[in-house]
Structure formats: structure tokens, C-alpha cells
Design a protein around this ligand. Sequence first.
Ligand code: NDP
Ligand code: 8X3
Length: 253
Amino acid sequence: MKTILITGATSGFGLAIAKKFYAQGYNLILTGRRKERFAEIESILTELGEGKIHFLHFDVRNNEAVKQAVNQIPADLANSLSILVNNAGLALGRSTIDAGVTEDWDAMMDTNVKGLLYVSKAVIPLLQNNGGGQIVNIASIAGKEVYPGGNVYCASKHAVDALSRAMRIDLLKDNIAVSNIAPGAADTEFSLVRFKGDAQTAKDVYKGYTPLFAEDIADAVEFVCNRPRHVNIDDLLIMPRAQANATIFKKEE
Ligand code: NDP
Ligand code: 8X3
């Protein structure tokens, strides 16, 4: 039985990816900071499959905690790990650069860029020991374009986009394929986090059109991970039908 490690699996895309792969017979290694959600997630998942589920509780910004957690992965899961999904990430705020909050900038760069690097550095040796595998990095339309008030979040996702290309080059020798998935607007907890618990502002982001849902991105991850061995999907930009680019939407009144 194969194993997938998904960062940021306590909500949104990560949780939907976990459900999709568990139902297909994978063992799961799931990570997040909100460990109070682990028990409920486990009970939802166990309805869907029969594999092993192993939770790792750490903040991706803490390199020591990342290393310790990865070292604690049980041997049978470590030895069958074939996919790493670097999904944990966030935006904080949407102000112009002059009005930006430096703590928010630190949190976005530390989580989206450095956290992805720390997790990758800790997990790549497991994939190498297993003869290869696949890394899926969750980037964004914000990694392809910049938009008003997107500044540092966009910079962090441009970095993810660049790291996907760099990893693909550097890990070719190890039979580790690297796929970049770049979603447009998706209705998860993302906007609630971005607007710091302001539920109305978060809801308004998805008003007047049908956004993507977490399951759409889980479908995409499943697709890229299930290509024939000689094929790799390098980069997938996935938008709601009603979103033409980072800023242009067709909204109903
Ligand atoms: P959610 O807020 O629903 O999920 C984010 C996940 O990341 C949570 O499980 C959260 O877990 C985890 N996370 C955040 N910060 C940390 C941290 N410091 N350490 C460990 N885990 C962390 O949002 P989405 O599912 O939408 O976001 C998933 C990814 O998709 C992100 O990288 C986001 O940038 C990207 N994305 C989202 C889009 C959207 O419109 N929703 C579009 C394009 C890309 P916990 O809080 O428990 O730690
Ligand atoms: C999330 C999508 O457009 O809010 O990455 O940046 S967007």
C-alpha cells in the first residue's frame, strides 16, 4: 500500500486531497497545527477507506519541529511514501505595500516559501530511499500574476512556482517528479484566514459566481499523480469558469 504525505490537511484542499487518496487505498500522513481537528478528521476518513492514518503536529515555519516530526514517521509509512503534497500555506491581509503589516509578510514568506522548503528538505530523503516518487506543490494564480494588494502573497507564490521548476531540475536524478498546481479563487478557509476571521468579507470574495471547491483541486492532484510513469504534468493552472485572470470575474448581481 502506498503512502502520501499532505501538509495543511486540517482544512480546505489538504483535507479534500486526504479524502480522495484515502478512498483510493493510500496510507495518509497528515500535518497541521490545529491538532484539535485530528480526531474528527480521522473519524470522517475511516468511513472512506482502510489504510493507516498518521497525524503529525507541527508548524511548517519551525525547521526543528519539521525535522523531528518527519523523523517520527513509522518505518512502514516512511518506506512506502511515494507522494509529498506541499499544500500548507496562507495569505494575510490585502493592503497596498506601503500599508502592509510586516508580521503578515513574515508569516506568508515563512510559511509559503521557507516552510515548503523545510518540509521538502526533510521528506525528500524518504522519497530518494524509496527509489523516487512525486512532489506536488500547491502554488496559485498569485504565482503567475500580481494583483492590487496581493504583493507579498503573490511574491511568495511566485517563489513556489520557481521552486517547483528548480526542484524538477534538481530531483530528476532521483526519479522524483515535480508538479505545480496553481488554483484560482477557491472557497475554503483561505479567505477567512486572509481577512483574520472577518466572515462577511471572506464570504464576499466568492459572491456572484461559482468559485472552485476543494474537491476540484483534489481531483487535479489525483490526476497528476496517476499519469503513466513516462508522463509528468509540470504545471496546471485551474480557474473557476467565471474567473478570466487574477482580477477579472464575471459576476451576477
Ligand atoms: P485553508 O485555510 O482551508 O487551509 C490551509 C491549510 O494550511 C490548513 O490545513 C492549515 O492548517 C495549514 N497551514 C497554514 N499555515 C500553516 C503553518 N504555519 N504550519 C502548518 N500548517 C499550516 O486554505 P486552502 O485549502 O485554500 O489553502 C491551501 C493552499 O492552497 C495554500 O497554500 C494556499 O495558499 C493555496 N491556494 C488557495 C487558493 C484559494 O483560493 N483557496 C487558491 C490558490 C492557492 P493549520 O491552521 O491547522 O496549521
Ligand atoms: C489564492 C487565490 O487570487 O486570492 O491563492 O490569490 S488569490
